[in-house]
Design a protein around this ligand. Structure first.
Ligand code: HAS
Length: 542
């Protein structure tokens, strides 16, 4: 890697892990508060802490890590180094995003933005917080422009050639992000900023939540897809095999692009003011977006099995023994995949209207996203970090560092087992999410939840130890001996079908996506603006 590319990528990665550390501190404290173990000192509020935890972990850690990784992916696969224009755009994007993050953090610390990581109305923050969000979003668009520039530059100089799979995926992820963030940009610019400045007295709460979830659901795929990039492309190389099918991988990313945006209503199933028909339509589309995940599961099993059989494994599951269990580059993402099976099943439960009525706003939902983003995605990002840093810095991933990585992964899984397991269980018993410690005047139900809340705190403490170990491992990685660590990019299996050129017709996919968004959102949004849907009146202003 070019030195300047390494600097750009690793600055993003280090920023991401600094956020993980701060988010981890907030997470530990809030777990202990909720379990009734401690009370917070110095007037710090539970919700202030919860906001910091969500913003650092879910928004800052993920976005910085992903953008850093995507830059490494396009540098690696599109010519071996970044074009100066792409690199400069990357730095400008980073600058805007980091200034935005610092301002947002200050506002949260000053208790002027205790609005949780979802920040929709009617909770109101200081205008500085919203401006900080604008900086973060605009910065990410500039970074996206750098990725598109690198891709277009390569295409221009390789006329008629198929782009490398990893770069195709990077473009898809960034397109998804930019189209999704348009919703939240509209919300912040046209609703939240004028409202927080006092220019308007009212805000349409339902519209604000709708615009947020228009962004909020594809946000989860913005987190997931870079992990899928690792599962599809890097893992086959790490296990010594090949990518099962380039065409299938591209197809699944195209499906994600199409179906992950017009589905936000599945976060609003219990909300009045949106007619059941539109909720139903978006739930149907939600089940469509499950298909590419099932295709991914199929493709991964196929890669593992093909590789095992090529190495002489026998029987139905003999290939399992051929996997490199002691290699953290495989083990951490693999645990992520494994845990994604129950995590995804939980998602299917959430998306079903009747079952959503049981779990909505309970700790079950918190359990769901700690398995998905905080385990499947986070463990994959951790596993990637163990090769990304040494390979970019020209250092060798030593057996000692590998071992520390395995210990860190196991700690994470144990902590998450206790934390997310008890969240799921106590959620089914009715314990609400986003609630500070209370026994509701010693109501027997609430008292019955307490042992689970204590188990959550125990899990959270183990997870905090795992965060610390991860941060220590990162610091140690900068001291690894000089040498070579591979940046793993898998080749495609010989038997795979050729890739239809149609997949790179971005205009077609974006056009179809716009059509789906228009179909799924136009009528309900007009209803919200006119207060015409039964139930929306009275809910609509604050
Ligand atoms: Fe979700 C709420 C539905 C996936 C994150 N979700 C959330 C929230 C977050 C989140 C953060 O319908 C809370 C938001 C808030 O603050 O209110 N979710 C789904 C569905 C899926 C799904 C249908 N969610 C995710 C992913 C996330 C994420 C991914 C983050 C990265 N979710 C919902 C709904 C709600 C919700 C409702 C609202 C609930 C409410 O009422 O508030 C699907 O995409 C899941 C599909 C996944 C699968 C699994 C495929 C398995 C694979 C692994 C294969 C393993 C192998 C290894 C090969 C079908 C790919 C095995 C090898 C061996 C040897 C055994």
């Amino acid at each position: 890697f070019h030195k300047e590319d390494t600097a750009l990528v690793l600055t993003h990665i280090c920023f991401a892990f600094a956020a993980l550390f701060l988010g981890g501190v907030a997470g530990l404290l809030q777990g202990l508060v909720r379990g009734g173990t401690i009370t917070l000192p110095a007037g710090i509020g539970y919700y202030q802490l919860l906001t910091a935890h969500g913003v650092f972990m879910a928004l800052v850690f993920t976005t910085f890590f992903i953008i850093g990784f995507l830059y490494s992916a396009v540098a690696k696969t599109l010519g071996g180094e970044l074009q100066p224009v792409a690199r400069n755009l990357g730095w400008i994007g980073f600058g805007l995003m980091s200034i935005g993050t610092i301002v947002a953090t200050m506002m949260i610390l000053l208790d002027k933005a205790t609005v949780l990581y979802t920040f929709y109305a009617p909770m109101q923050a200081s205008v500085d917080f919203y401006i900080a969000l604008v900086l973060i979003v605009v910065g990410s668009w500039v970074s996206g422009a750098g990725i598109f520039y690198q891709y277009r530059y390569w295409k221009k100089h390789h006329k008629g050639k198929l782009s490398p799979l990893l770069s195709f995926m990077s473009v898809a992820v960034m397109l998804l992000w930019i189209i999704a963030t348009l919703g939240v940009a509209i919300e912040v610019l046209f609703q939240l900023i004028p409202w927080s400045l006092g220019w308007v007295d009212e805000v349409n709460v339902l519209l604000s939540r709708t615009l947020f979830w228009y962004f909020g659901h594809p946000l989860v795929y913005f987190w997931l897809l870079p992990a899928y990039m690792c599962w599809y492309v890097c893992i086959p190389k790490i296990i010594g095999g090949k990518v099962f099918s380039d065409a299938l991988a591209r197809f699944s990313f195209v499906l994600f692009l199409l179906f992950s945006i017009p589905v936000g209503f599945h976060h609003q199933l219990m909300e009045p003011g949106i007619s059941p028909f539109w909720k139903y339509l978006q739930v149907v589309l939600t089940f469509m977006v499950v298909i590419p995940s099932l295709m991914t599961a199929f493709s991964l099993f196929a890669s593992f099995e093909m590789n095992g059989r090529a190495r002489g494994s026998k029987g139905l599951f003999g290939w399992v023994k051929k996997l490199p269990w002691k290699d953290v580059r495989f083990f951490a993402p693999f645990m992520g995949m494994l845990i994604f099976i129950p995590a995804g099943a939980g998602g299917l439960i959430n998306a079903s209207n009747q079952m959503n009525a049981v779990i909505h706003n309970t700790l079950w939902v918190t359990g769901h996203f700690h398995l998905t983003v905080a385990t499947s995605v986070a463990l994959t990002f951790f596993g990637m970090t163990y090769w990304l840093i040494p390979s970019m810095m020209g250092r060798e991933l030593t057996p000692g560092m590998n071992k520390l990585g395995i210990i860190q992964t196991i700690l994470w899984c144990i902590g998450m087992f206790f934390m997310s397991g008890s969240m799921h269980t106590v959620g089914l018993l009715g314990s609400p999410r986003r609630t500070a410690y209370t026994t509701y005047s010693d109501h027997p139900d609430a008292v019955g939840w307490m042992p689970y809340h204590v188990a959550m705190a125990v899990g959270g403490t183990i997870l905090f130890a795992a965060v610390i170990l991860m941060v220590v491992n990162i610091l140690l990685m900068f001291k690894l001996p000089k040498g070579y660590t591979e940046y793993p990019v898998g080749e495609v299996a010989d038997a795979a079908q050729p890739v239809p050129r149609l997949f790179e017709r971005w205009g077609l996919w974006v056009g179809l996506l716009v059509l789906l968004i228009v179909v799924a959102y136009t009528v309900p949004v007009i209803d919200m603006l006119n207060n015409t849907t039964p139930g929306s009146k009275g809910y609509v202003t604050w």
